[in-house]
Design a protein around this ligand. Structure first.
Ligand SMILES: Cc1cc2nc3c(=O)[nH]c(=O)nc-3n(C[C@H](O)[C@H](O)[C@H](O)COP(=O)(O)OP(=O)(O)OC[C@H]3O[C@@H](n4cnc5c(N)ncnc54)[C@H](O)[C@@H]3O)c2cc1C
Length: 277
């Protein structure tokens, strides 16, 4: 992974005091706007009881048992609300997940700012020869390749700027906003608020942290996991621990993201299955 991008994958409190994780070299972000529940809630709802919030060993064992045996409904009692700034092509993939609730800004209602995604040079890579849907990153870039990709990235940036200039000119000439936007590329950033329960979030993470998912949405999935771990550290630890045992979730050939994240979240290295307090 691009070392610059990695730097951004940590939680900080933003100016409105919400936990935020920056992604895509700080061009996009995920904010945890709200949440309902905690690790103990999952065990309590399974027992149909109102209990305190402390997660004891017996609760942790129950959560582990339910996670292993597809007893999923207690996980639906924990809910998250996120604000997301992402390129439109990422949001298109995200919106395939029908179990989330979404509200996205309307380009019929307001003018989109000139803000499009420019991948870091190291993150462009090339089309994989073994898998039709993914790309291979080139970690040790030969000079000629680096120069070629640098030039192409500049051409890409100019094309986005030209599209945006036409968008502005059509608006100035009186085109309706709902049609002027047709010239904009899917690299434009958009924003949404998205709500999901823990069961469906885990489903999303399993699909979008997988090595077959596009690198960009994988980065958003990582941010979601890191933020969710603030609310349900034990359960998220279990999920990430389980994924880390599967080679398909080793982020890149040179880095195991899940090991890194678990070590970070639980301050443990080497990784171990998380335990209740
Ligand atoms: C790596 C990757 C590549 C992909 N490539 C493509 C692609 O090329 N083209 C494309 O169109 N999509 C593609 N998708 C999207 C994929 O087909 C799913 O639409 C998306 O991952 C959402 O998954 P989901 O339906 O399980 O999630 P959700 O919509 O959140 O649904 C969760 C679960 O609820 C149930 N469910 C929800 N709605 C229904 C329903 N109407 N009927 C029955 N059960 C339902 C299912 O059990 C489902 O698994 C890709 C996804 C991934 C991860």
């Amino acid at each position: 992974m691009n070392p610059q991008a990695k730097k951004h994958l940590s939680v900080y409190k933003n100016s409105d005091n919400f936990p935020q994780v920056d992604v895509l070299d700080g061009q996009g972000y995920v904010i945890l706007l709200d949440s309902m529940g905690h690790d103990k809630r999952i065990a309590s709802r399974a027992r149909v009881k109102s209990e305190d919030t402390e997660l004891y060993d017996k609760d942790a064992k129950l959560v582990r048992y339910m996670s292993d045996n597809q007893h999923t409904s207690p996980f639906e009692h924990v809910v998250f609300q996120f604000e997301v700034k992402a390129p439109i092509f990422v949001l298109r993939q995200w919106h395939r997940h029908r179990t989330w609730s979404y509200n996205e800004i309307s380009a019929r209602y307001s003018v989109l700012p000139e803000d499009f995604y420019v991948p870091a040079l190291e993150m462009v890579g090339q089309q994989s020869k073994t898998n039709k849907q993914v790309r291979d990153l080139m970690l040790d870039m030969p000079t000629e390749y680096r120069e070629k990709r640098t030039l192409e990235l500049e051409q890409y940036r100019v094309a986005c700027e030209q599209a945006n200039a036409l968008y502005k000119s059509l608006l100035a000439s009186g085109w309706p906003r709902e049609l002027a936007r047709m010239v904009l590329p899917v690299s434009m950033f958009s924003k949404m608020v998205a709500q999901v329960n823990l069961h469906n979030l885990i489903h999303f993470l399993k699909l979008r942290l997988h090595e077959h998912a596009q690198i960009e949405i994988r980065e958003y999935a990582k941010a979601l996991a890191i933020l969710a771990a603030r609310v349900v550290p034990y359960t998220m630890g279990l999920v990430l621990y389980d994924l880390s045992q599967n080679p398909a979730y080793k982020m890149d050939s040179h880095e195991s993201w899940t090991d890194h994240a678990i070590a970070k979240i639980f301050n443990k290295n080497p990784i171990q299955e998380p335990r209740a307090k």
